[in-house]
Design a protein around this ligand. Structure first.
Ligand code: XUL
Ligand code: MN
Length: 345
């Protein structure tokens, strides 16, 4: 398969039992080892980890045990021909993070979040990835009056500074999302994420990850969010997927809802040589109605669609495009793009 220099990744959570807030799992749990086997078979190069995907139950483990288990995992990755793309702290399930982690009103909860983040950094270093992603799941509120939103920014900067000082070799990308699980999230867009990074002690080690669905939920276009990150040289990873309007976070297969919107994301990534900057993560989930024996297709279909779109981007008639742009004939530009996507030009 021609991959045009791109490397692809997903997380173990992307092979999923299909539970939703209204119903239980509909597919059996796939053991982690079985998931690892799927990566290369489906054309992927790298694994994304939450800290506890890498070291289960890490809250109950000593730091030396955590490092030992993470090192053993690194060996299994080597044997499977895979690398870890990043590690992310899962700061949204523990009782200490009910009211947020870094921005919790309770100082004990904030201390828990800092300590957990240090364990996550130990895991990242043991897996030999210098890259960490922060999805700030519960850093927000349901009642605007419950927290001071300006102080929340300071608390986030302090917590990130703590991580930057603890692990001087790592880079951190923030993955913004405007809502879900919280109603009001403090870092809802790429603009917020870039600005937050600039306020930290090492702005050069702070970047962003754009997830298509998160941008759409913020009412923004994912390609433009990517372009903004690229303009600041901060786009270090992406979570491609799709989203049917302003609903819950659907994590649909890339391009499955809006093919042109997917094309525009690949266009901006490929035009800016993203394959030299980061990996293409596919944060997609099989829909709940998919049978267990066919619940990996969302991953291979998304990867294949990305590559089909790279081909469409590279075969676009750029000189015809330029002429139409010069002539300000944008209706004809519309037709050129659509006919090219339909394989008619
Ligand atoms: C949540 C989300 C997460 C992050 C990793 O919506 O996208 O999977 O990507 O913590
Ligand atoms: Mn994501």
């Amino acid at each position: 398969m021609e991959k045009y220099g791109y490397k692809f990744s997903f997380g173990p959570w992307n092979i999923h039992e299909g539970a939703d807030p209204f119903g239980p799992p509909v597919r059996p749990t796939v053991a982690f080892d079985k998931k690892l086997e799927a990566y290369q078979r489906l054309g992927f190069d790298a694994v994304q980890f939450h800290d506890d995907d890498a070291v289960p139950n890490l809250d109950d483990k000593r730091p030396d045990q955590i490092v030992q288990e993470a090192r053993a995992l690194k060996q299994r990755l080597d044997a499977a021909g895979l690398v870890a793309e990043f590690v992310a702290p899962r700061l949204w399930e523990h009782p200490m993070t009910i009211d947020g982690a870094y921005t919790a009103n309770d100082p004990a909860a904030r201390t828990y979040a800092r300590e957990r983040s240090r364990k996550m950094l130990d895991i990242a270093q043991s897996l030999e990835t210098g890259f960490v992603v922060l999805w700030l799941a519960r850093e927000g509120t349901y009642m605007r009056e419950a927290k001071d939103a300006a102080r929340a920014v300071d608390l986030l900067v302090e917590a990130i500074d703590d991580m930057l000082a603890y692990a001087p070799g790592i880079r951190i990308a923030i993955e913004p999302k405007p809502n879900e699980p919280m109603d009001i999230s403090y870092i809802p867009t790429i603009g917020h994420a870039v600005a937050l990074g600039l306020k930290t002690r090492s702005p050069e080690r702070m970047g962003v990850l754009v997830e298509s669905a998160h941008a759409i939920l913020a009412g923004l276009d994912p390609a433009d969010e990517m372009a903004f990150g690229l303009a600041y040289d901060k786009l270090w990873s992406v979570h491609l997927n799709d989203q049917n309007g302003l609903k819950f976070d659907q994590d649909r297969s890339f391009g499955a809802v809006n093919l042109r919107r997917a094309f525009d994301q690949v266009l901006v990534l490929d035009d800016h040589r993203f394959w030299e900057r980061g990996m293409v993560g596919l944060d997609v989930k099989a829909v709940r109605t998919q049978k267990a024996e066919a619940a990996e297709k969302h991953l291979s279909n998304s990867l294949e669609l990305f590559l089909w779109l790279v081909e469409r981007v590279r075969s676009l008639d750029r000189s015809a495009m330029r002429q139409l742009i010069e002539a300000r004939d944008y209706e004809e530009l519309d037709r050129l793009i659509l006919s090219h996507l339909m394989g008619r030009a």
